[in-house]
Design a protein around this ligand. Structure first.
Ligand code: NAD
Ligand code: TYD
Length: 341
């Protein structure tokens, strides 16, 4: 495979994947199709080889734009494009349905029409709902779908459409389902970069509910390496759960960040809980380990160190991400201004 059509490649995970691909495959060519929404960021593409990477601004739900950008001879579509934030989906679900569901169907149709060899859907463990706190329960590839937020429901619908395209039309598809990513270039609406950028500025970290919800954290490049392996070696029609066996309660994440920055734990503020807040996510990645030979390279400690260092060295990136429309969102979500003590 040499010619890739990547959607959402100006976002957090998509841009990390584009970087990895250009590094790992010196002869590959990447079309990066991204609508550049509030979450898409040209800064994320700085320094990429322009001769092998072309950004096309377009909407995955707009059939004509997708077909105009998708060249015949494309080997694989990797679909990262999504509205990706649970809290925003609670405020309004419309864009989630359009981009995540309709957009996926448009891409599947386009893949068939243009003879694309493989379609990889980047999905999430959230389609499987919430686990009990019992530490022996894990999500496997056979766990039942039980999405609890509009975001998760839209991603579950997208997965169903991918499955249907494989079953009905024989399209070669692969689905990867990952847990909570963290790392450089993550938009500060998500918990870890929000907590980190607030703490760096001596602003409070808002913790929903009792702060005891558990997430299974993975360093973004480890996720991207798993996607690359699934693309190359995954079975047609298969689903692969991706996780680093790295569960932490939200309060532990906040405390680790504050400790690493040398900031007081008194910056933690308990705030009103998220509606329908999933209690625990935990992934069993055995299939990816045995079939793809995948293992995470980063530990929680090394991944956090790299992430904190990146945010400390890229204060301009954070300032730009936290300006403009982000301030309106923050006020609506938290009832306080960005920067308020
Ligand atoms: P992100 O919000 O940082 O980036 C999304 C990108 O998609 C942005 O560049 C945005 O401009 C683009 N986009 C949005 N709507 C579009 C449209 N209609 N047409 C074209 N492009 C559009 O998201 P992320 O965190 O990088 O997540 C990428 C993918 O990975 C998503 O599909 C998400 O569901 C999935 N995922 C994310 C996580 C996580 O922890 N962040 C975990 C598991 C799976
Ligand atoms: P988030 O990064 O939104 O990812 P997801 O909801 O997809 O897991 O949130 C991670 C966890 O952090 C989740 O349990 C909600 C919690 N959270 C807070 O406590 N405060 C916040 O301000 C945010 C954004 C999230």
């Amino acid at each position: 495979m040499n010619r890739f059509f990547i959607t959402g490649g100006a976002g957090f995970i998509g841009s990390a994947f584009v970087r990895l691909l250009l590094e790992e495959r010196p002869s590959c060519n990447v079309t990066n199709f991204d609508a550049l929404t509030y979450a898409g960021n040209m800064d994320n593409l700085e320094g990429l080889d322009k001769t092998r990477h072309q950004l096309v601004q377009g909407d995955v739900a707009a059939r004509d734009s997708v077909l105009a950008a998708l060249e015949s001879g494309t080997d694989a579509i990797i679909n990262f494009a999504a509205e990706s934030h649970v809290d925003r989906s609670i405020l309004s679900a419309d864009e989630f349905l359009r981009t995540n569901i309709l957009g996926t169907q448009v891409l599947l149709d386009a893949a068939r029409e243009c003879g694309v060899r493989r379609f990889l859907q980047v999905s999430t463990d959230e389609v499987l709902g919430s686990l009990p706190e019992d530490e022996t329960a894990y999500f496997t590839e056979n766990s039942a779908f039980a999405p609890n937020s509009p975001y998760a429901a839209s991603k579950a619908a997208a997965e169903h459409l991918v499955r249907a395209a494989h079953h009905t039309f024989g399209l070669d598809t692969v689905v990867t389902r990952c847990g909570n990513n963290y790392g450089p270039r993550q938009f500060p609406e998500k918990f870890l970069p929000l907590a980190l950028s607030n703490a760096m500025n001596d602003e409070p970290i808002p913790l929903y509910g009792d702060g005891q919800n558990v997430r299974d954290w993975i360093y973004v490049m480890d996720h991207c390496r798993a996607i690359l392996l699934a693309l190359r070696q995954g079975h047609a029609g298969a689903v692969y759960n991706i996780g680093a066996r790295n569960e932490h309660r939200n309060i532990e994440v906040a405390e680790s960040l504050l400790d690493a920055l040398g900031k007081p734990r008194s910056l933690i503020r308990f705030v009103k809980d998220r509606l329908g807040h999933d209690r625990r996510y935990a992934i069993d990645p055995s299939r990816a380990e045995s079939e793809l030979g995948w293992r995470p390279l980063e530990t929680w400690e090394s991944g956090l160190r790299k992430t904190i260092a990146w945010y400390q060295e890229n204060s301009r990136w954070i300032e730009r991400a936290r300006s403009g429309a982000y301030r309106d969102y923050y006020k609506q979500q938290y009832g306080t201004e960005v920067g308020a003590a």
